[in-house]
Design a binder for this molecule. Structure first.
Ligand code: FUL
Length: 476
């Protein structure tokens, strides 16, 4: 019992987890029967006649997402009410029975194709909980139904980057508890879409544990294997609806991967965090929320704290009853894209000279400013504390510092660090920020600073740290 740091650093992302992590920021699109009923959780008894967007424009959805800087879209192909946005062969409760496109429409296809046309990846949300399916609660029969539907989604719509399996679940109509065949479902995904990650009730991507956009101060990607327990994810998902719970994490939930936590674990796994949050207070469009769309500034902060806090950001953007992303949401997302490009489009440290207190063979300091993700700096094994100094050549104004570890080759190692700045060579060093974990990406949000020299002091790491990038940016 107990996972040592020697063992923990051997744990690295799978190629599909790494490809997903590099996507960083992508959209959730909640659209379906609830859009037309004003509910957030449908009962499953809704009349398919209600599904009738008047001015559907999926190109607009994808354009808005792309311009915001997103790299993919996950569509709610079936939410808890069981209504399918594609003409499933296994139920009549779908677009086939709706007036939209005369019953000939397939929204999953339209969105998948719009994504491909604009270079975004496409993913599917298929709610395990189904309040319409008569077999729900009758475990083997419903598992068959669920897996047949999943097979349709995985075989008819091209490449899928993510299968998002929601933890929310309730009793069946007959009062029976549905026992899901998770392993069978995972096997199907691996066989039919080997590049897809399985999120939340799945082995590849960890739900951050709240729907409020909160990222932990230390978001470890190496965590106890028990975190993957679907029963626990389901129990936590029930509580996510409780606004008080959703807005904070308990102290126990704060620390998922410190040495002390790993020492108590039987086994550890690479299980990185995803922050899922809506641009509005609710997941599905509700006109009452039109004046509560998050501001571009709030979204920048959300991006920097999640993507820059070793998580991915899954931002929900719910189209309205016309079938369009509302003008307000579209405007703030456009502004978000402008701000992100303005800040991160130019790395002020690119090519800068770097010195390190230690360097191991070809893992030299200059690799952190060479613009490549496959090179890195590292001190020799056993050197857990080390320093790196970047010389910008002249005083430079900035307010963001980005750090990235070489996780694909060396796992997650940095436990704590400090950033120091020197206005000009020879001035006193001033502490600019301190932090804990880095992982895939850490973004330090600083006050506007002028410095020629920047020093990273790694004050704690596992065996030896690695760093593949140190970037410096200005948001102003
Ligand atoms: C939750 C669901 O109950 C919500 O309706 C929404 O889909 C959210 C992303 O997950 O568990």
């Amino acid at each position: 019992m107990g996972v040592s740091i020697e063992e923990a650093i051997q744990i690295v992302p799978s190629p599909r987890q790494m490809a997903w992590q590099e996507m960083e920021f992508y959209a959730f699109i909640h659209f379906g029967m609830n859009t037309f009923t004003g509910r957030q959780w449908g009962t499953g008894e809704e009349d398919p006649q209600l599904f009738d967007p008047t001015d559907l424009d999926v190109e607009q959805w994808v354009t808005v997402c792309r311009e915001a800087g997103m790299t993919g879209v996950i569509l709610t192909c079936k939410h808890h009410d069981g209504f399918c946005l594609w003409p499933s062969a296994y139920t009549a409760h779908s677009v086939r029975s709706a007036p939209w496109r005369g019953g000939q429409g397939d929204l999953v296809r339209e969105v998948a194709e719009a994504c491909r046309a604009q270079g975004l990846k496409f993913g599917v949300y298929l709610s395990p909980w189904d309040r319409n399916a008569p077999t729900y609660g009758d475990s083997p029969a419903y598992n068959r139904y669920f897996q047949l539907q999943l097979t349709e989604l995985l075989t008819q719509y091209g490449e899928i980057f993510c299968v998002w399996l929601d933890g929310a679940c309730g009793e069946g109509r007959n009062g029976k508890k549905q026992v899901y065949d998770w392993d069978g479902t995972y096997r199907l995904v691996r066989e039919m879409q080997p590049g897809a990650v399985i999120a939340v009730c799945g082995p590849d991507v960890r739900w951050c544990g709240n729907e409020a956009g909160h990222t932990r101060r230390s978001e470890w990607s190496v965590v106890p294997a028990a975190m993957r327990d679907t029963e626990k994810v389901q129990a936590d998902s029930q509580q996510a609806d409780d606004p008080a719970w959703a807005r904070r994490l308990t102290a126990e939930d704060e620390d998922l991967g410190s040495r002390a936590v790993l020492a108590q674990a039987e086994r550890a796994i690479w299980y990185p965090s995803e922050v899922d949050v809506s641009i509005r207070p609710q997941w599905f469009y509700d006109p009452a929320d039109d004046d509560q769309v998050k501001s571009a500034e709030a979204l920048v902060e959300l991006f920097e704290r999640s993507v820059g806090g070793n998580s991915a950001l899954l931002l929900n953007v719910p189209p309205d009853r016309r079938g369009k992303i509302h003008e307000r949401d579209a405007a703030v997302l456009r502004e978000l894209g402008v701000r992100l490009r303005r800040t991160y489009g130019r790395d002020l440290a690119a090519g800068a000279a770097v010195w390190a207190s230690h360097a191991e063979r070809d893992a030299v300091a200059a690799h952190v400013t060479d613009g490549r993700s496959d090179t890195y700096w590292s001190p020799p094994a056993g050197v857990e504390q080390a320093e790196l100094v970047v010389d910008l050549g002249e005083p430079v104004v900035f307010d963001r510092v980005m750090l990235q570890e070489f996780i694909q080759g060396a796992g997650q190692r940095i436990e704590s660090f400090e950033l120091w700045g020197q206005g000009q060579a020879g001035d006193d060093w001033v502490l600019l920020d301190e932090g804990t974990v880095v992982g895939y990406k850490k973004i330090c949000r600083l006050n506007l600073t002028t410095a020629q020299m920047l020093k990273l002091r790694i004050t704690g790491s596992r065996i030896q740290p690695t760093l593949s990038r140190l970037g410096i940016f200005c948001s102003q």
